[in-house]
Every structure is written in C-alpha cells, then in structure tokens.
Design a protein around this ligand. Structure first.
Ligand code: AMP
Ligand code: TRP
Length: 333
C-alpha cells in the first residue's frame, strides 16, 4: 500500500498558519486518497533541539495529539503517533548522519535562522535536525510528504540522502515527493506580513492560536496590518497584508481570490475584516469543542497506543533491513 507521512513539532500552541498550511491539508488528503496508508506524528524529539521545560513539553505533546483529532484527522484512516515512542527514528538517524555531510547541513536556512537566535550556544541536535527528519520520513517509504513551503529544503535534503543511501545499499528507500498546497502553504504574520506566522514570534498579536477565544480571534484580525490603499485585492508582492488575509479567507471558504474580490468590490477593510473574523471563529469553534472533549480522555491514549504499535511494526522491520544492508551486528535470521 502506498503511504503518506508528515509531522509537526509540539513546540508551542498550534496557530492558524500551521493549521491552514498543513493540518487542514492532511485532513483533505485523508479523505481524497483512501488508497494510501497515513502516518502523522508528533515530532517531540525535534522539539528538544532547543531546550524545553519538561512539563511544558508533555502538555504540548498531548495538546497537539488532541488537536490533530479535533481538526478532523480520523484515527480509523490515520496512524497517529508520538515520534519518541518509536525508537527506530533515532536508530535510523544515526545511520543517515553517517551519510550526510557537514556542508549540506550548514546550508539549511532554518538552521541558520534558529542558530542565530540561540544565546546559550547551538546544540548538535539543532544542527543535525534535518537528518532526524530524513529518518522520520525514509523509515516509512512514503510516496508523498505534505508540508508547508518552509520545509521544502529539508525535503530536498531528504531526497539527496535517500538517493545516496540507495546507491550505496541497493535501493532500500522510496524517494519521497513533497506535497505543497498551492495556496495556504505560507500564512504570514498578522503584524508583519513579510514574515511567516510563527509560534516562536514573541509578539502574540502576530498570530491566532487554535485555542484562542472568540474576542481574541476577532481582535487579531481587526488589527492585522494592511495598507492605506483600502481595496480588497490580492497582490502579494505589493500588498502583502491584505493578500495574507485574502489567503486565509480563501483557504477556509474555498472561494477563489477573484470571487472574494468581486464580493468585496466597493467595500472597505473594516467590513471585510469583520467578516473574516467571523469566518475564522466559525472554523475554529467546533475544533475547540472537540479538543476540550478529547484532551483528558482515554480515547486519546487509545488512539496514540494504536498508532504507536503500527508505526513500530513498520519501523523496526525497516531499520533492521538497513542494518543488514550496512553490515551492522550479526545477520538477522
Ligand atoms: P511547525 O509548526 O513549524 O512544526 O510546522 C508544522 C507544519 O506547518 C510544517 O509543514 C510547516 O511548513 C507548516 N507551517 C508552519 N507555520 C506555517 C505558516 N505560517 N503557514 C503555513 N504553514 C505553516
Ligand atoms: N521539521 C518539521 C517542521 O518543523 C516537522 C517534521 C519533523 C516533519 N519530521 C518530519 C515534517 C517529517 C514532515 C516529515 O515543521
């Protein structure tokens, strides 16, 4: 059976950017591609490349799991699991590290950005992060990996490593294709629309978190940065603020930019933003309700147990196979 795989780090609250750029896309794919087996996970090992408080991390892992399900991932269709509960990811990473070069990791823009922000020194984990991501992916031989635009470079590196290992060890990996959604792949910050909406932005006003209450959601949209032109028109080069709001509108309602522009001809930002605030709120409200029912439920643990068991089944076969090809240990019987 063909496979699709993706993951998200449990590093902060999930925001509208992650949801529209990634989780909503997973939900669409699970319904559109019933012939594929889905693996969606919580990348908790990735979260500790930068130090996290223990209690905070535990809480965020659980929250992300509940949000995945609340956003519509169906545990009958998707294997949902926590990365660190599948030890093969770390085992595989080590072997891949021995097939990756310092130079190529040094070129990763995400590493360069994050390294700059570290005051207490940059960990080896942050540097080798893309090899863990390659391991996450290659273990499961997925055909497609849906991600936001910012992960494209990591996917390219994963493909390079896969090809290199395939040449050395006789075609052991499927070389995966990224699946980047046409619109919504990058939702920008509400206060600086030239930057992505990010959970690590110190300014809370720059984003909407999935669990924000109605008044905050509406306030954030209302105060989102636009420009002084005043017309509702999609023009990301020259008018990134209003274009970002149009993107949010379009991804949620499935309306084209043209149709939205037509609908708001002669109407100003204030009314447009009021409508958009309501649209975002109506999208998030049912998700928040499901989240609250799930977060402390046994059901959530059962889902994660089931996902972990299936992931371990696939992953341990793959890592043993690779160890055999590399010549590690004794030949498995
Ligand atoms: P992260 O939240 O950084 O772990 O990213 C999880 C997934 O969401 C990745 O596939 C990202 O590309 C995507 N993502 C994160 N932030 C945004 C954003 N502002 N717009 C669109 N996609 C995003
Ligand atoms: N690095 C990704 C991010 O920061 C999360 C991630 C980890 C991932 N492993 C993955 C995404 C494997 C897709 C596939 O967003």
């Amino acid at each position: 059976m063909k496979r699709i795989l993706s993951g998200i780090q449990p590093t902060g609250s999930i925001n509208l950017g992650t949801y529209l750029g990634s989780v909503k896309n997973f939900v669409k794919l699970q319904d559109k591609m019933p012939d594929y087996e889905f693996f969606i996970f919580i990348a908790d090992l990735h979260a500790i490349t930068i130090h996290k408080d223990k209690q905070f991390l535990r809480k965020k892992i659980k929250e992300l799991a509940a949000l995945y399900v609340a956003c519509g991932l169906d545990p009958e269709k998707v294997n949902l699991f926590i990365q660190s509960e599948v030890p093969a990811h770390s085992q595989m990473q080590y072997i891949l590290q021995c097939n990756a070069y310092m130079g190529e990791l040094e070129r990763m823009t995400q590493f360069k950005d994050k390294a700059k922000k570290q005051e207490k020194g940059v960990t080896v984990g942050l540097f080798s992060y893309p090899t863990l991501m390659a391991a996450d992916i290659l273990i499961y031989d997925p055909d497609y990996v849906p991600v936001g635009k910012d992960q494209k470079q990591h996917l390219e590196l994963t493909r390079d490593i896969a090809n290199r290992v395939n040449n050395k060890y006789n075609d052991i990996f499927t070389v995966p294709e990224p699946l980047i959604a046409e619109i919504g792949a990058k939702i920008q910050s509400l206060t600086d629309p030239t930057m992505k909406m990010s959970k690590s932005d110190p300014n809370d006003k720059s984003r909407i978190d999935m669990l924000d209450p109605e008044n905050i959601i509406k306030k954030r949209i209302k105060s989102a940065m636009t420009d002084s032109i005043g017309t509702i028109k999609y023009d990301p080069e020259n008018r990134p603020g209003i274009s970002n709001l149009l993107t949010i509108y379009s991804v949620i309602t499935n309306m084209s930019f043209k149709d939205i522009e037509k609908k708001y001809e002669g109407i100003g930002y204030k009314d447009f933003k009021e409508d958009l605030g309501e649209i975002v709120y109506q999208e998030l409200k049912p998700i928040q309700e499901r989240f609250n029912n799930l977060i402390n439920s046994e059901e959530l643990d059962d889902i994660l147990d089931k996902g972990r068991d299936r992931a371990n089944q696939v992953a341990s076969i793959k890592v043993n196979k690779l160890m055999d090809r590399v010549g590690l240990g004794r030949k498995r019987r």
